[in-house]
Design a protein. Structure first.
Length: 81
């Protein structure tokens, strides 16, 4: 799945896509930074969404969560075809 700026994530590994506007999500990011299990993909832009993977990694994206969710639905819908 394209997460923006030419970066791709395996759609089957995505567990959740959440917005960055809550304190629990910000705490999750801080703990991931401490554990070094996060990747940033905003390319200098404001982070708008956090992608949580099955391997407990976080991927920060500058795309809106709704955009990423639509891409995920499209990707998973065409994966079985």
């Amino acid at each position: 799945m394209n997460v923006g700026h030419g970066n791709v994530v395996v759609a089957d590994q995505i567990v959740a896509i959440v917005a960055l506007d809550s304190l629990p999500v910000k705490r999750l990011i801080e703990s991931a930074k401490a554990a070094r299990s996060w990747w940033t993909r905003p390319n200098g832009r404001r982070t708008r969404a956090v992608i949580v993977t099955g391997s407990d990694h976080l991927i920060l994206s500058s795309l809106e969560p709704a955009t990423l969710a639509q891409r995920l639905v499209t990707e998973r819908g065409t994966a079985g075809d």
